[in-house]
Design a protein around this ligand. Structure first.
Ligand code: NAP
Length: 335
C-alpha cells in the first residue's frame, strides 16, 4: 500500500510504500478511493495540535471499498462501498465525548493512503446518490455541521441563521443543512465570489466580513439572527454577539482566526444568549446526519481534486483559504 506520511512537523508529507493491511477480528480493511482534507490536517503539519506523534498517515475523511473483514464481522463483504466515521471511541454519552475520544488520522493512521483499517462500528454505507469525491467530503465536516446546526443549535424552519466563513468545509454543510430545514440563511466571507456561489447551495444573503460596516448592513437588510454558526472566532468575534437576536444561540465549533479580542458579557446576559461549543458528533449524530443527507439528497460542495501525490499542494490551498468547500484527494482509481 502507499501512504502519505508526516515524519516531522513543518515537513512535507512523504509518499511511502508499506505492507498491505490485515484486519483484527472486529476490524475492516478498506481500499480508499477518495479522501478529503480538513483544517485539522494542516494544523497537525504545523505542530498546532495537541499530542502530535510522528510518523503518522494523516487524513480523517475517506470513502472506499471493503477489501477484507475480521472474523467477527459478518455484515460487510468485499466490494461494499463505504465511508468512515472519523470520530472514534465517542463513548455512551450523547452530550459529550469520552476522554478516550480520538479522531482518525492521528494518532491512528488515516485516509491519505490506499488502504485503511478501521473498527467495524466506524464503517457506514456510502450514500448512494453521492459520487466518490462527494462521499469522501462528507464525514468529518458533515457530522460537525449537523451537530452544530441541528443537535446543539436546534434550528427550526423560518429562523434566521448566520453561517460565518463560508469558504470552510463545515460552513458549507451548515448552510446546506440549515437551508434544507427551511431556515433563512445568511453567510459571511472574505470573498464576494464565494458569497455569490453560496447562493447556489442555499444562502439568501451574504456579507464580506473584511469590509467595514458589514454588521450594520446585515442588521439593516436581515435583522438579528436566531442562530449563529461560527468556526472562526477571532478579534471581531464580539460582532457576532451584537448580531445575535434576544434569546439567540451562538454555536462555535472552531477558532481559525484565533481567540476573541473582546467578549461582551453584558450583552450575553442582557440578551439571554446561549453560547455553545460543539465538536464533531456522537455515533447517533453521524447516523442522523447520513439519514438527513439521504432524505434531502444533499451533495457536498467540492472545491477541487488533487491526486494523492499532490497532497502537499492541496494542503497549501487550504493554508491560504483559497477553497470553497472540500478539497479532495483521488487515491485509487474510480471505476
Ligand atoms: N470542533 C470540531 O469538531 C471541528 C470540526 C471541523 C473543523 N473544526 C475547526 O473549524 C474551523 C474551520 O474548519 P473547516 O475545515 O471547516 O474550514 P476551513 O476549510 O479550514 O476554512 C476556514 C475558513 O474560515 C474562514 N475564516 C477565516 N478567518 C475568518 C474570520 N475572521 N471570520 C470569518 N471567517 C473566517 C475563511 O472563510 P472565507 O474564505 O469565506 O473568508 C476560511 O475559508 C477550523 O478551525 C477547524 O479546526 C472543528
Amino acid at each position: 500500500m502507499k501512504a502519505q506520511v508526516l515524519n516531522a512537523i513543518k515537513q512535507p508529507l512523504n509518499m511511502e510504500h508499506h505492507d498491505d493491511l490485515s484486519p483484527d477480528n472486529s476490524e475492516v480493511v478498506i481500499e480508499i478511493v477518495a479522501a478529503a482534507l480538513n483544517r485539522r490536517d494542516y494544523w497537525i503539519t504545523q505542530g498546532m495540535y495537541p499530542g502530535i506523534g510522528t510518523p503518522v498517515t494523516l487524513g480523517s475523511d475517506g470513502a472506499g471499498r471493503v477489501v477484507s473483514c475480521g472474523s467477527d464481522v459478518s455484515d460487510l463483504a468485499a466490494g461494499d462501498e463505504v465511508i468512515i466515521n472519523p470520530g472514534w471511541r465517542w463513548g455512551d454519552n450523547p452530550m459529550v465525548q469520552d476522554e478516550a475520544f480520538r479522531i482518525l488520522g492521528m494518532p491512528d493512521n488515516g485516509t491519505f493512503a490506499t488502504q485503511l483499517v478501521a473498527p467495524r462500528e466506524q464503517v457506514y454505507p456510502k450514500p448512494p446518490h453521492l459520487n466518490w469525491h462527494e462521499a469522501s467530503a462528507l464525514p468529518l465536516a458533515g457530522v460537525t455541521a449537523y451537530r452544530a446546526v441541528i443537535t446543539q443549535g436546534k434550528l427550526s424552519r423560518g429562523e434566521r441563521c448566520l453561517v460565518t466563513g463560508i469558504g470552510g468545509g463545515v460552513a458549507t454543510f451548515a448552510v446546506q443543512f440549515a437551508a434544507a430545514l427551511g431556515a433563512e440563511v445568511t453567510v459571511t466571507s472574505s470573498s464576494d465570489e464565494k458569497i455569490a456561489n453560496a447562493e447556489r447551495f442555499g444562502a439568501t444573503a451574504g456579507f464580506n466580513y473584511t469590509q467595514d460596516g458589514w454588521t450594520q448592513q446585515a442588521r439593516d437588510r436581515i435583522g438579528e439572527f436566531d442562530l449563529i454558526i461560527d468556526g472562526a472566532g477571532g478579534a471581531d468575534y464580539n460582532q457576532l454577539v451584537d448580531l445575535a437576536a434576544f434569546g439567540g444561540r451562538i454555536v462555535n465549533y472552531g477558532a481559525t482566526a484565533g481567540p476573541p479580542a473582546k467578549f461582551d458579557l453584558f450583552k450575553l446576559f442582557w440578551k439571554q444568549l446561549k453560547l455553545t461549543g460543539s465538536t464533531m458528533g456522537s455515533p447517533q449524530d453521524f447516523q442522523s446526519m447520513l439519514d438527513f443527507v439521504n432524505e434531502h439528497q444533499i451533495r457536498p460542495v467540492v472545491d477541487g481534486a488533487y491526486p494523492l501525490e499532490g497532497v502537499n499542494e492541496a494542503l497549501d490551498r487550504m493554508k491560504n483559504s483559497k477553497q470553497l468547500g472540500k478539497i479532495i484527494l483521488e487515491v485509487s482509481s474510480i471505476g
